[in-house]
Design a protein around this ligand. Structure first.
Ligand SMILES: *Cc1c(COP(=O)(O)O)cnc(C)c1O
Length: 357
């Protein structure tokens, strides 16, 4: 009884295969940052053994992968933050995205045990991290001249609007990138999940899928099933009480939801203390015994309430799915004004994780 998250490792492997099939000429850098989007970094890395490389956000994440024995290439997407991280990255054979002049200074000043493979990150329009296109040549020359840098440089950029096929920004970002990759003649990487699925012109020697591996659609209004993806995380719990209230009874904190008639109301052991989004609105679907019923009233820390008028025979102990198998995370995210990424990352340490091979 109570909440748990089931991680379907065969779905993870299936989704990796989807990323390969969507871009058959590209290698896959499986993005497993932020504890593999809340799925558990080590179990995800194990299941994604056939990826060509891993990517994480921070040096510490890369180090913990190395310490757990993973020896695949690992790209650190934010690069290093200081000299100590740079030498640790070198010691642990981590690859670094280089996105600002301070990181070039660190590389030039360091005494490292070996060379570091560097990906020059360009800002072609995302305006978050990366060198402006006008500064790219100088950064490239400094990397080439630096003894601490592995001879084979790589080039990358990140798309801001790839989830929207009607937005021209992706095309413009790609056209900013092309002259530089042609001038430098080095291996490159542009595509995240949305670009892998929606912008074939962004595919390069290396692609960087994240969310699609976990079985959620990256596209605005998208659904995983339409891309052939399978959900990896199923968050479930159980009904712990069934109560009957009179017409007009106010449910939960604030009493914002009132029973429109005499009706049964179920209580489920899941709340924002488990990572279920507090902003999920009344009407958000929940699967009870495999049937959809609507959430009613506010989400509490440990519980939510369900309208059981269509399921009057439901009893305490009955199984409930909050998202995953049979209930797309994208739909729950839309009801809570967020994205699947945040739902997955938000599942708290109170929830026990299980996995199926
Ligand atoms: C997180 C991240 C990705 C993966 O993005 P998805 O939308 O999850 O596929 C790729 N590249 C960079 C630079 C990222 O930060």
């Amino acid at each position: 009884m109570g909440p748990s998250a089931l991680i379907d490792l065969s779905a993870l492997r299936h989704n990796l295969q989807c990323a390969r099939e969507a871009a058959p000429d590209s290698k896959v850098i499986a993005v497993i940052k932020a504890d593999a989007y809340g799925h558990g970094m080590f179990r995800a890395a194990g299941a994604l053994e056939s990826a060509d490389a891993f990517a994480v956000a921070r040096v510490v994440e890369g180090i913990s992968l190395r310490e757990a024995g993973f020896d695949k290439d690992i790209l650190v997407l934010e690069g290093c933050f200081d000299g100590a991280e740079l030498s640790a990255a070198s010691r642990h054979r981590l690859e670094l995205a280089i996105n600002q002049p301070g990181q070039l200074d660190m590389l030039e000043q360091a005494a490292l045990p070996g060379t570091v493979r560097c990906w020059l990150k360009l800002d072609t329009g995302m305006h978050r991290l990366g060198f402006q296109v006008s500064a790219a040549e100088e950064a490239y020359r400094r990397l080439l001249a630096c003894d601490n840098v592995h001879r084979e440089l790589r080039l990358m950029t990140h798309l801001a609007n790839a989830d929207d096929l009607k937005d021209d920004a992706s095309r413009m970002q790609i056209s900013e990138f092309i002259p530089l990759e042609e001038a430098f003649g080095v291996p490159a990487s542009i595509a995240n999940s949305a670009a892998i699925l929606g912008w074939p012109e962004s595919h390069r020697e290396w692609n960087r899928p994240g969310i699609m591996l976990y079985g959620a659609s990256p596209m605005i209004g998208g659904r995983a099933v339409n891309h052939g993806l399978r959900p990896v995380m199923t968050l479930s719990s159980h009904l712990i009480a069934v109560n009957h209230y009179a017409k007009g009874a106010a449910l939960g904190y604030g009493g914002s939801w009132r029973c429109p008639e005499a009706m049964p109301v179920g209580v489920v052991a899941i709340g924002y203390g488990d990572g279920y989004p507090r902003h999920a609105r009344a009407g958000t679907p929940v699967l009870l015994n495999g049937k959809r019923v609507p959430l009613v009233g506010r989400v509490s820390m440990d519980m939510i309430s369900l309208d059981l008028r269509t399921q009057p025979d439901a009893r305490p102990g009955d199984p409930v799915v909050l998202w995953g198998q049979g209930l797309p995370s994208e739909e729950i995210a839309e009801c809570a004004q967020t994205i699947s990424y945040e739902l997955f990352c938000g599942v708290t340490s109170r929830v026990p994780f299980r996995e199926s091979a």
